[in-house]
Structure formats: C-alpha cells, structure tokens
Design a binder for this molecule. Structure first.
Ligand SMILES: Cc1cc2nc3c(=O)[nH]c(=O)nc-3n(C[C@H](O)[C@H](O)[C@H](O)COP(=O)(O)OP(=O)(O)OC[C@H]3O[C@@H](n4cnc5c(N)ncnc54)[C@H](O)[C@@H]3O)c2cc1C
Length: 460
C-alpha cells in the first residue's frame, strides 16, 4: 500500500481529487480490455505536460513504476498495472490545442478521443485517417503508443504515418520535443517514429501534432461472398496487384461465417458462402465509377457466389450487417477469446488461412479469423474455456505454432494491437538477439531507472 505521506505529495502536485487511492478507483483502473487484473497503488490524473513531468520526478524519487493509460481499451495488457505501480491516466488532458486546416494539421493532448479528432477535421473538409474499431472511446495517446490502425490503413496507412510532432516526458522527467509542423522534415533523428508504437515504455506523450488529409467526397462498398477461403484470398491478391487501392479490404473466414450463422445473423448470405470480403472505394465523386469498375474486375473470379454494391449510407450500412454482428457472434462460442493480431505478406494470406484451419482441427479448438486482409493483418481468435486445463494447454501449443507459422511466412507478431505483457515472450522468436539488445539499450537511454511501463513490450 502506498504510504499516505507519499499520496499526499502527489495530491500536493495535482490537487486531492487528482491523486486517488480509494478502493473504488483502484478497482476501476486494475485492468484494461485484456483478461487479468492488478490494482495499482494509486491513480493520477494530471492536467498538463508540467504536471506529468512533476509526477515522473516524484515517482522516481520514490522508485514507483508508472503505468500510462488512455481509455484502457488495449487488448494486450499494455495499460494493465504491474504490482506496486501508479496508473497515470491521461483522460483529463483532453484539449484540442490548435486546429489549423490551412496547414492540414491538428495539435491535441493525449486524452482526446480518437473519433473527435476526425469529426473536427471533417468540419473543414479534412479527415484524420487512422480509424481503429475502438475510435469512439479510445484516446489518441493510446493510439499513438500502440501505433493503432483500422480498415482504412490499406489506403491511408497507420497512426505512425499521420504524426508530425510529439511532446513527451521521458523516464528521467526530461521534456522531449520531436518532429515539426511541416510535412517535410529531415532534421535530426526521427524520434517521432520511435516513440509512436513504444507502448509507454520510452516516454509519456503529452501532446501530438497530427497530419490531416482531404476527406473523400464519396464512398462505395462491396460485399462479396465466396465458396471458400481460398477463393476469397485469391481475390485479395488480385485486388492488391492492380493499381486502384481500396479504402478497406476486410476478410471473414469460414469459421466466422459459421459463427454468424449460429448467431442467426447470416440472412442475406447466399447458400454455400464460406468466406466474405468487404471492400470500399473512396475519393472524388466523379472517380468512384472508375474505381468500382477496376475493383469489381479484380474481385470477380473462381468461387465468387455473389457481389453486391452499395452507394448510399443506408445501402452501405446494410452490407456491413454481417461483419458488424461478428464480435457478438464470436462471444457465443466460448467465454474467453485469445486474440492474436498477426500479419503476413498479402501473397501468403491463403497459406496462413489454410494453416490456421489445420491447427484448429489438430488442436480441437474453434479458431475464428477475420480482419484487414489488404494489409495481410488477421485477428485470429482462439475461443477457449479458461477453466478447462486441457483446452488451455492445447491453446498454448497452438499459439506458439501460429507464431512460428507467421514468421515462416515472412510475417510479424502484431499489426496494430502491440505487444503489451501478453506477447512479449514471443519477441525473441522474431527479433534477433543483437537487435533486441539495442532495443534494451534504447530503453535505458530513455528510462534509465526502468519506471515507465515495466513488464511491457520487451521480454525479460
Ligand atoms: C472493441 C475493440 C476494438 C478495437 N479495435 C482496434 C482496431 O481496429 N485497431 C487497433 O489498432 N486497435 C484496436 N483495439 C485495441 C485498442 O483500442 C487500441 O490499442 C487503442 O489504441 C488503445 O487506446 P486506449 O486509449 O484505450 O489506450 P490504453 O489501452 O489505455 O493504453 C494502450 C497503451 O498505450 C499506453 N499509453 C496510453 N496513453 C499513453 C501516453 N499518453 N503516452 C504513452 N503511453 C501511453 C498504455 O500504457 C498502453 O501500453 C480495439 C479494442 C477493442 C476493445
């Protein structure tokens, strides 16, 4: 338990309401969206960069680790407290500092909700392109720390591609300012790209200057039903080989379709559907017919059972119904979802899907895979009962086999969810010892006493 005198020191910095150690607050901040919980010693709610720096200095003085937190929607345990740590929540640093449409940029504090940035940008005909599924509640600091992404990444890129500059506090309490306000910037080392995706282990981000892009005028959607996973994966390859880049290219495998059927949400899918692709095109209104024609030509091929197109918001929403029901449908299969977020080169997607199918049979596990096929990024969900020891042991073996398969296919452990405390044991399988050692040295430079989010990202 945190000595009351130490809590009082934090309260003196932040105000009594913003340094809390009551049981309800500790319980609320003991977990994120990942299974497992560990109550922190206290929860801090700074309201400015200077307060964050003061908190880090005081934490250093008392040797207290800090777990940074946005909305706690992460699913790799990144915001899960480690024993004895303080949670530093950014939710009260939620101001838009500057909106500058002329220079296509916005400066925000880390606690701003992701979707609010996009909404404000749209008022000036611009958009903030990264669109994680959790954007209605995730905070931009969490997105930056995890290098979050969503369906639009296939055309517009991931969070890292939309950051011009950062202000941050490192593990010594030093202020860092990285990058600038211009779209071209070649001065110094690119610390901006290093901090994005560093999962709160190198520095606490206190302000971000984000790039905005013109909002597309029109959107068109396709829903395509295929007779097999193989046919759908072949269509993904054809799409990515031709020049019109879709603004979304999402895949649902055979077991996803089974889950939707069992949930009763498969109405409208033709009989024999074993895989579905959701595809979007966006851009100037006059360019949409050209894009639709090119994408349609690429999507047609062996195994296509049905192609539907939507142009109005109602038509588009209707086409996405099956996809939107998937997360509820999956929950019916088993109480615990072990959610992997692996990526392979698009040309190897079919091999990956076939390998997952074989693993599901071999290990007798329901495995549901869907996700951002245009990036080769699949969310592979092993559905398990946590109190079934035999099933959990089979899931563990299967997980390792999955990671090994992904690496053999030239892929990577995580596309957007990050490593957190859940996947770091697999890091040595992907990253060579010398590179891993350099990463540890970098960690020591930014955080010599190891107080920033210990137990995350790097393996012990
Ligand atoms: C239903 C659902 C859908 C999702 N869909 C997607 C998706 O489509 N794409 C995707 O990428 N992710 C997705 N996620 C995962 C998650 O929402 C993202 O990782 C998101 O970026 C986390 O933001 P957050 O504000 O909740 O951060 P948290 O979960 O609170 O924290 C995430 C990490 O960031 C660190 N952190 C937070 N703020 C800061 C800061 N200011 N400085 C330094 N470190 C900080 C934390 O310590 C932690 O390591 C989804 C999650 C859910 C539950």
């Amino acid at each position: 338990m945190l000595p009351p005198a130490v809590l009082a020191e934090f309260a003196a910095l932040l105000g009594p309401e913003r340094a809390r150690a009551d049981a309800d607050t500790l319980a609320l901040y003991a977990q994120d969206e990942t299974p497992g919980r560990c109550p922190p010693e206290a929860v801090l709610f700074p309201t400015s960069h200077d307060q964050v720096a003061d908190c880090v200095r005081l934490a250093l003085e008392h040797q207290l680790p800090i777990t940074p937190r946005g909305a706690g929607s992460g699913n790799v345990g990144g915001a899960q407290p480690t024993p004895g740590s303080l949670v530093l929540s950014f939710e009260c640093m939620n101001r838009i500092v500057e909106f500058d449409p002329a220079n296509r940029l916005i400066v925000v504090e880390p606690g701003v909700v992701t979707q609010d940035i996009d909404q404000l940008a749209r008022s000036a005909g611009l958009m903030y392109a990264p669109d994680p599924g959790s954007g209605a509640y995730s905070r931009i600091g969490g997105n930056l720390a995890m290098n979050a992404a969503g369906p639009r990444a296939v055309k517009y890129g991931v969070t890292r591609d939309h950051v011009l500059a950062l202000r941050a506090v490192d593990g010594s309490g030093r202020e860092l300012r990285t990058g600038g306000r211009t779209s071209k910037y070649a001065t110094g080392y690119d610390l901006t790209r290093l901090l994005v995706g560093s999962e709160g282990t190198l520095a606490l981000i206190t302000e971000a200057t984000l790039k905005l892009v013109p909002a597309p005028e029109r959107t068109a959607s396709f829903r395509l039903c295929y007779a097999s996973d193989t046919a759908a994966c072949a269509a993904v390859q054809r799409i990515m080989r031709q020049p019109v880049v879709p603004s979304a290219l999402e895949f649902m495998d055979r077991r996803s379709i089974d889950a939707i059927k069992e949930y009763g949400a498969a109405e409208g899918l033709p009989p024999g559907t074993e895989a579905v692709l959701m595809v979007e095109a966006d851009g100037p209104a006059e360019d949409i017919p050209r894009q639709v024609a090119a994408l349609e030509a690429a999507l047609r091929g062996d195994g296509l059972l049905e192609l539907q197109t939507g142009f109005t918001p109602a038509e588009i929403q209707n086409l996405w119904t099956a996809r939107k029901s998937l997360s509820h449908a999956v929950k019916k299969i088993a109480p615990l979802k072990i959610n992997e977020d692996i990526v392979v080169p698009v040309s190897r997607l079919a091999e990956l899907v076939a390998a997952i199918d074989a693993m599901a049979t071999l290990h007798r596990l329901p495995i549901v895979s869907f996700g951002h096929a245009g990036n080769g990024n699949l969310h592979v969900n092993l559905m398990v009962h946590p109190d079934d020891e035999d099933e959990m042991a089979r899931a563990e073996t299967c997980l390792r086999e999955l990671v090994e398969t992904v690496l053999r296919l030239g892929g990577t452990l995580s596309g957007e969810h990050g490593i957190g405390n859940k996947k770091r044991q697999f890091m040595p399988l992907e990253i060579e010892p010398d590179t891993l050692a350099l990463m540890r040295e970098l960690k020591r430079v930014f955080d010599p006493r190891g107080i920033l989010n210990p137990g995350k990202k790097l393996p012990d």
